[in-house]
Write a protein that binds this ligand. Structure first.
Ligand code: NAD
Length: 361
């Protein structure tokens, strides 16, 4: 394995496994990783118009969804393969698991293949915290987290790193999930409360994060639970027929989304008329639209996850990988001595049965 990605053999593709990703994240530090990743995501939102954009390609089944999320800025191309299967946890599997590819547009050759299960949790949390930087009430310290599964602690860490959130109020229908969060985040600088209802969890919270998994129109928050001035970070509703908020909350909120053609299909706003006004997050980040206007406004980030965020995450990982040993080189691309002699390469492969057949003919 070489130390510098630029010096590598042209046809070897670095592969970052789950093990390598954990090494990389822990070496950089979780909060620093989230902060730097958020800066990459912010930078790419600012140059939004450079990107090819399309709603992700989703293959739905009764149990879940498998999605492909492609984008390109004209120099590089990225895509993520990701699933969403809420019933998986009951069988000891992840609800969301993913991998991704980052490629050179000039040659079409992949430059990186990476696990993206951990990276998705990090990029989702970094994007949520980035949105909250523009939308949350000033001086916010306290966040409710409803849904205490795989994504929850990452959300907590990102909001601490980017906004200084240090009070957390947890609720999950499964108490063991809440206990897991309390255990995992102990000693990391949070004042934490386990709550017995969602209503109790949102009391006194400046920010409400909903990150539950259920394949239905759920009502995690009802209108009476949301007071003025709150910022809602709605992460769990990300598929047709899968939402978390009562429609009346949406009607009282200023709604910010990633890519409207995708969010209209998948986000909380699938409950609204197709022309209900929403603001695009990139426009706020680029200074073309306002974020929070006043202290009484309810802001809602209707997160579904967009391809540019995964592109930014792969771009960040590739930059941070240089000079480390947190990858292996994959022999992924055929490399005959003469590019058109692909068959000849097979023919001359040591022990080739084709050669043996020719000799005996
Ligand atoms: P998970 O299965 O690990 O955790 C989900 C948790 O929600 C579980 O602990 C479950 O008990 C809890 N829950 C379910 N219904 C609830 C309810 N009514 N009230 C309170 N808690 C409830 O899933 P995860 O990996 O943490 O993902 C959570 C959700 O976020 C999923 O729906 C996933 O699709 C979504 N997600 C969105 C993005 C994005 O970019 N917006 C990215 C990743 C995941």
């Amino acid at each position: 394995m070489t130390a510098d990605l630029a010096d590598r053999h042209l046809n070897l593709v670095p592969f970052v496994s789950v093990h390598h990703m954990m090494e990389l994240v822990l070496e950089i530090g979780v909060e620093r990783f989230l902060t730097e990743l958020a800066a990459y995501i912010e930078e790419d939102f600012r140059r939004w118009e450079d990107f090819d954009k399309t709603p992700r390609v989703a293959s739905h089944s009764r149990e879940g969804v498998i999605e492909l999320m492609p984008t390109s800025d004209g120099r590089h191309y990225g895509f993520k393969y990701v699933n969403g299967h809420p019933k998986n946890t009951r069988e000891g599997r992840q609800t969301v698991t993913a991998f991704g590819v980052y490629a050179d547009v000039g040659t079409g050759y992949p430059l990186l293949i990476s696990e993206m299960t951990i990276l998705t949790a990090l990029r989702t949390a970094a994007t949520s915290a980035l949105a909250a930087k523009y939308l949350a009430p000033e001086g916010a310290r306290c966040m409710a987290i409803i849904g205490n599964g795989a994504q929850a602690e990452f959300q907590a860490m990102a909001f601490k790193a980017l906004l200084g959130i240090d009070r957390l109020r947890f609720f999950d229908i499964d108490r063991q999930a809440t206990q897991k969060c309390l255990r995992n985040l102990a000693g990391l600088g949070f004042d934490m409360t386990a709550c017995s209802t969602a209503q109790e969890a949102v009391e006194g919270a400046d920010i409400i994060t909903t990150v539950t998994a259920d394949k239905q129109y759920a009502t995690i928050l009802t209108d009476n639970m949301v007071g003025s001035g709150v910022h809602i970070n709605a992460v769990g509703g990300d598929c047709p027929g899968k939402t978390e908020l009562h429609r009346d909350i949406l009607l009282r909120s200023d709604i910010f989304v990633e890519y409207p053609p995708q969010t209209r299909i998948e986000g909380e706003i699938q409950q609204l008329d197709a022309d209900h006004p929403v603001e695009e997050l990139w426009r706020v980040i680029a200074g073309k639209a306002g974020g929070r206007r006043d202290a009484r406004q309810i802001t809602l980030f209707d997160s579904v996850g967009f391809a540019t965020e995964d592109f930014s995450a792969l771009r960040y990982v590739r930059d941070r990988l240089a000079g480390t040993s947190h990858y292996v080189d994959l022999d992924l691309l055929a490399d005959p001595d003469e590019p058109r002699d692909l068959f000849g390469m097979l023919l001359r492969f040591p022990g080739s049965s084709l050669l043996a057949a020719r000799r005996s003919a």
